[in-house]
Each structure stands twice: as structure tokens, then as C-alpha cells.
Design a protein around this ligand. Structure first.
Ligand code: APR
Length: 236
């Protein structure tokens, strides 16, 4: 295999076939809510109950028995297990389907649905049940309110230093199921190209940054991702 440092970026499209709605394939509504009504610090200040309820509903859906990791998540985990070079999986997704498939080195740059954060200490706790205005942390005295550990619009994505460092060393960058409409993730391909990496887009349709990729695979993630990564392993 010609590569030693692989960075993969995933978006909502890799979880679409698991039954988790994407953001922009349903006329821009997110579970029938305008993003600014549920995914901004202002929305949380203005109407905390709506925001808590929105994420509680998505958490319940994620934890329901019919939501499972799909063949694309599994193919990435299998590649990471067998690849002898450096591998980093950066996801914009807040679901845990990569982890359920067995992925180890995963950075959730937009946070995680199964985590909450203390509004005072910022300490993160795992969350499998509903969180409301009356939920309290166990790290402060007196106990403080909790918020979803989600990066809202206007907030800084997580792990950016680690991601930029990995992109500067990558010789292969693969973006899967992301529309390329939200920065800084949409700018990762330009960084990877700048540092001399080969760049590949795997998507159902061309993303907004399609032209910046050197190679494209069009199709459903559950078919295109296993095909691409299994072929890569065969080259090794
Ligand atoms: N296989 C592959 N790609 C798919 C599939 C599929 N079965 N279904 C949809 N897609 C692709 C779409 O073509 C689109 O490019 O997934 C992408 C989904 O785009 P978005 O809904 O914009 O999701 P994403 O790119 O992850 O959004 C980025 O925006 O709303 C914020 O924080 C949120 O992390 C999210 C960020």
C-alpha cells in the first residue's frame, strides 16, 4: 500500500443508511427544526426546554434497538485494525456508530450525543438518559446545570490542533458522506492537498468542495466505503 498516514473525515451521510437523518437532505430541517432554533447557544438561553428535548429525542432514537452501525462504519473499523500506518478518524457526527463498529482512534469534532457537560466546570459525563433543566452535575457544590456536549453553531469545534497536525502529516485524506458546507471541516481537503496528500471524496452526490478532491467515488457509503478500503488493504 502506498500510504502511511491516513486521515478520514465522516459526515452525516455515513450514518444515513443506519436510519439517522442527515442535516441537509431533508430541506434543511433537522428533525423538523430550523437549526438556529435548537443548535446555537442563543437557542439554549432563549428556550432551554426545546433544546434539551431536541437532543433527548435524538439520543432516544440513537439508543433504540433498530439503530445499528452499518457496513461503512464496519469497513472503516476493519481498515483501522489491519492498517499498519497512522490512522485517524475525524467525525462531524455526534452518534456513536463508529465506536459501535469498533473504531478506536475517533475524534468527534462536533461533540457527542451520549455526553453532557457541566455548565460551570465544563466536565464531561456520559449520558444515556434524558437531560432537563433540573438535571444537575456531580462535580460542583452546589451542583450546576448540564448542557449537551455538542458544538453548536458559533462555537469552536473540538480537537482542532490534533486534526490540523494529522492533516499536515497525512498522505491520504478521505471524506465520506459530508456536504462540504460547514467549516472548518469543509476546509480539511484544502489543507490535505496543501501538504501533498492524495484526497478522495466518497459521497452519494458531489459535495460543495467536490472539485478540490483528486479522486471521487459516487455511491451509497455502505457500498463505496467497503469497496474503497478493502481495495486499499489488498494493495498492502
Ligand atoms: N451514502 C453516502 N453519502 C450520503 C448518503 C449515503 N447513503 N446519504 C447522504 N449522503 C451525503 C449527502 O450527499 C451529503 O453530502 O451525506 C451528506 C450529508 O450532508 P449534511 O446533511 O450537510 O451533513 P454533514 O456534511 O455531516 O453536515 C456537517 O453541519 O449541521 C451541521 O453540525 C452539523 O455535523 C454537521 C455539519
Amino acid at each position: 500500500m502506498p500510504y502511511n498516514n491516513v486521515v478520514v473525515l465522516t459526515g452525516a451521510g455515513i450514518s444515513a443508511e443506519s436510519g439517522i437523518k442527515t442535516f441537509r437532505d431533508n430541506n434543511g430541517l433537522w428533525e423538523n427544526h430550523a437549526v438556529e432554533d435548537v443548535a446555537t447557544p442563543e437557542a439554549f438561553r432563549r428556550n432551554p426546554d426545546l433544546v434539551y428535548d431536541f437532543y433527548n429525542q435524538r439520543r432516544r432514537q440513537l439508543l433504540s434497538p433498530d439503530i445499528k452501525a452499518n457496513e461503512a462504519h464496519v469497513a472503516l473499523a476493519e481498515f483501522e485494525r489491519r492498517f499498519t500506518g497512522d490512522f485517524l478518524l475525524v467525525t462531524q457526527n455526534i452518534d456513536d456508530l463508529h465506536e459501535r463498529a469498533g473504531s478506536q482512534n475517533v475524534l468527534h469534532m462536533h461533540g457527542e450525543l451520549l455526553q453532557s457537560r457541566c455548565c460551570h466546570s465544563q466536565r464531561i459525563v456520559n449520558t444515556l438518559t434524558d437531560v432537563t433543566q433540573s438535571s444537575r452535575c456531580n462535580c460542583c457544590n452546589p451542583a450546576q446545570a448540564l448542557r449537551p456536549n455538542i458544538v453548536w453553531f458559533g462555537e469552536m469545534p473540538m480537537f482542532m490542533d490534533e486534526i490540523e497536525k494529522a492533516l499536515s502529516k497525512a498522505d491520504l485524506f478521505v471524506a465520506i458522506g459530508t456536504s462540504g458546507q460547514v467549516y472548518p471541516a469543509a476546509g480539511f481537503v484544502a489543507q490535505a492537498n496543501y501538504y501533498g496528500a492524495h484526497s478522495v471524496e466518497v459521497n452519494l452526490v458531489a459535495s460543495d468542495v467536490h472539485s478540490q478532491f483528486k479522486e471521487h467515488y459516487q455511491g451509497n457509503a455502505t457500498e463505496a466505503v467497503p469497496a474503497f478500503f478493502n481495495a486499499l488493504l489488498k494493495d498492502s
